[in-house]
Design a protein around this ligand. Structure first.
Ligand code: SF4
Length: 339
């Protein structure tokens, strides 16, 4: 199958033009035609010479921008959009409204191979990684549903760093000044701790923000809840994060999902505070959302926060949205007939 031009960065389009014997200088016009002018036919790219269109048409396809199959709207205005990508690969994205400063939460994979026990996506296993055009399609759908889209998080289905090349392409496409020009500084990529990509980001030009899901401070408990701990132990993940913060003079966002009776004891908060000591971070406590819908948050959530604040940690409670349509953290793929 021919490569979809919609999934290529501007630099990749320029390289493709060179290999087709054309001038790379047309890449900007091609990129703009596809990503800003909504071109759907490679033979008719606005402001692109006919000869270049013909050359591209021999080597590439331009598939239509995919649209969501279904939309659910929660009582709080959160919208969940369900896509069904080719090869029966469902994926969901979410628009989180916040008084004109909406956030889109995108999926990087259909399902996930990481198997975190508290996460509905993890129970699906991995169907497949999404390509850049499929990630861009989610963005476009969220953009048209949002009042004013101001930030983007890769916290939907999948582990973005296990599909990093495609996620990186999507970031470059979405932030390109000839396309949507969405600021990289308003994009956050969340990982459960894939160290090689954290190390790559440390030395990269990308201006995106990094979020790391801690899950548990105790290694044995973490290994039970998030099997990724076996490949990338949290202590080593946090060593890579310290270096990331030092080299980039950046703050990292740390996330801790609070599982009632599992990782919310006073000993857990004490261990957690010690583990992240000295890391320039903001810690978000996330109430656990059972896969089926809204459930009881940890009764200790406020105390847990207080214990961390007393230990000098900058910690916030994440306001959960969309739990009644299974759109909150850890719920994607639950109750939607995806399996
Ligand atoms: S929490 Fe993230 S990494 Fe873990 S199974 Fe769910 S989607 Fe995958």
């Amino acid at each position: 199958m021919e490569t979809d031009l919609r999934g290529l960065t501007r630099a990749e389009i320029a390289a493709a033009l060179v290999s087709l014997g054309e001038k790379p200088g047309n890449a900007g016009a091609v990129f703009m035609a596809v990503h800003r002018r909504g071109a759907t036919d490679l033979a008719l790219l606005p402001n692109v010479p006919e000869r270049v269109c013909r050359a591209l048409g021999r080597a590439f396809s331009l598939r239509p921008l995919q649209l969501p199959e279904r939309k659910l709207v929660a009582g709080d205005g959160t919208k969940k959009l369900l896509f069904r990508f080719s090869g029966d690969a469902p994926a969901e994205c979410v628009v989180l409204p916040a008084k004109g400063r909406d956030t889109a939460c995108l999926s990087s994979q259909s399902g996930c191979s990481c198997g975190c026990t508290f996460c509905a996506t993890g129970t699906l296993g991995l169907k497949r990684s999404l390509d850049p055009a499929e990630i861009v399609a989610q963005f476009e759908a969220c953009r048209s549903e949002a009042a004013d889209l101001k930030s983007l998080v890769f916290m939907g289905m999948g582990e973005p760093f296990l599909n990093w090349e495609n996620v990186k392409r999507a970031i470059l496409i979405l932030s390109d000044s000839r396309g949507r020009h969405f600021p990289q500084a308003k994009m956050t990529v969340s990982t459960v701790g894939v160290i090689p990509v954290i190390e790559e980001l440390t030395g990269s030009d990308l201006r995106i923000r990094l979020a790391v899901s801690l899950v548990a401070a105790d290694p044995e408990l973490r290994a039970r809840l998030a099997p990724m701990e076996k490949a990338y132990p949290l202590k080593r993940v946090l060593a890579a994060v310290r270096e990331y913060c030092r080299a980039r003079k950046a703050l990292v966002m740390l996330e801790y999902i609070l599982l009632p009776g599992v990782n919310d004891r006073p000993s857990d908060s004490a261990l957690l505070a010690k583990l992240i000591e000295g890391i320039p971070c903001r810690l978000n406590l996330i109430p656990y959302n059972p896969p089926g819908g809204p459930g009881a948050a940890s009764p200790r959530i406020k105390e847990f926060q207080r214990e961390l604040l007393d230990a000098g940690v900058l910690v916030y409670l994440r306001q959960e949205k969309g739990a009644d349509i299974a759109a909150a953290c850890g719920q994607l793929a639950a109750g939607t007939g995806l399996k």
